[in-house]
Write a protein that binds this ligand. Structure first.
Ligand code: 5GP
Ligand code: MN
Length: 342
């Protein structure tokens, strides 16, 4: 755990400031929940707080309280730049390195003259002036709760804050089932429910908001699944043509990789998704036990994340990424077979 400069930050924030909050590109529930949750809290503390989102995020997160007041850096660029230029400080939430916001926004942030605060749970964080980094914590939203707790302000958590933070903890823990979910997480979740988070509605809004096309895309993904029992590994592919056929929308592939991991005996799962717009194959890795997909992705796929959930990218075709992936597995055979005893 790294906690750096928080007393100084506290005194900096003791007077009203103009604050911008930013999560990572391709925002997930934790990025949106943590930025919006913290925005509501900082607003209550008398600051002007604005969330700038790097790019599009899934429909199933648009209901989050405050979502309608965010700026999108990619298509509301001048408002976003204006907000950034007018700010006294920027909070970076749910990511560990500036490149995670995407190239154009990274360039803007690199020129930023004031200080950054990073609250994040990814490994190997960049060094910024104010840091709260803890790779053991399941979600940045839990860290935002603990940040509010450090300020002795838990009483300020209202329904909007509780809803945002609940959402990020729920999505980053796979609904409270991953190894990172602790008794403390459950205590925090209990408190968030007491403070107004409506758990059934949140689950419904996030998980039961499928379009018919999304289910058909899932069907396609599952029929593309390949299993490599010798490596306790399974992977899924989706081509651009398949995405188009089922009217792919942002967020439609979220969680699909977990179906590969749900197979009995499988402890390492991957999904390779062709992205013609960015000319890459976007990859998600998931694992159970000690096999670090963060390390695997850092070593071979220009990515990173957490021990059991990471992402990466590959320049080439779906066929090429499959070949590369299969060629790597023998090196990890022993590690994969030792990773997780059931
Ligand atoms: P997902 O597979 O859901 O996109 O991402 C899983 C985790 O890995 C998330 O915590 C995400 O922030 C991180 N991640 C995803 N893609 C990348 C990447 O390209 N680089 C790095 N460093 N982390 C990533
Ligand atoms: Mn997260």
């Amino acid at each position: 755990m790294i906690l750096k400069g928080f007393e100084a930050l506290k005194s900096f924030l003791s007077k009203p400031k103009n604050i911008v909050l930013i999560g990572h590109r391709n925002p997930d529930g934790d990025a949106m929940g943590s930025t919006l949750g913290l925005q509501h809290y900082l607003t209550k503390k008398g600051h002007k707080a604005t969330v700038v989102v790097p790019n599009e995020y899934p429909d199933f997160l648009h209901w989050l309280p405050g979502s309608e007041n965010t700026y999108r850096f990619d298509w509301q660029n001048s408002q976003s730049q204006k907000a950034i230029n007018a700010s006294d400080i920027i909070f970076l939430l749910d990511f560990n390195a500036l490149h995670r916001v995407g190239f154009d926004m990274q360039k803007t942030l690199e020129k930023y003259p004031n200080d950054f605060v990073m609250i994040d749970h990814h490994q190997q964080p960049d060094d910024v002036k104010y840091m709260y980094s803890d790779v053991e914590i399941c979600a940045t939203c839990q860290m935002v709760y603990q940040f509010i707790e450090m300020n002795n302000d838990l009483d300020l958590i209202d329904e909007a804050i509780a809803t945002c933070l609940y959402t990020g903890i729920m999505t980053d823990t796979g609904s409270f089932r991953f190894r990172s979910t602790t008794s403390k997480t459950h205590r925090i979740i209990a408190d968030l429910i007491e403070k107004g988070a409506q758990n059934d509605k949140i689950h419904n809004n996030v998980y039961d908001a499928n379009s018919y096309g999304r289910l058909l895309l899932l069907g396609q993904a599952l029929s593309n699944l390949q299993i490599l029992p010798a490596y306790k590994t399974a992977f899924i592919t989706l081509t651009e043509a398949e995405k188009k056929k089922f009217d792919f929308q942002k967020g439609d592939t979220e969680g699909v990789v977990n179906y590969a991991l749900s197979l009995k005996g499988i402890i390492f799962a991957a999904i390779f998704i062709e992205d013609k717009e960015q000319h890459i194959i976007k990859i998600s890795f998931r694992s159970k036990g000690d096999f670090s997909v963060n390390q695997f992705s850092r070593n071979h796929f220009n990515g990173g994340g957490h021990d059991n959930a990471a992402g990466g990218k590959f320049n080439g075709s779906v066929e090429e990424v499959i070949t590369t992936f299969k060629e790597l597995l023998p090196t990890y055979k022993n590690e994969l077979n030792r990773s997780y005893e059931i």
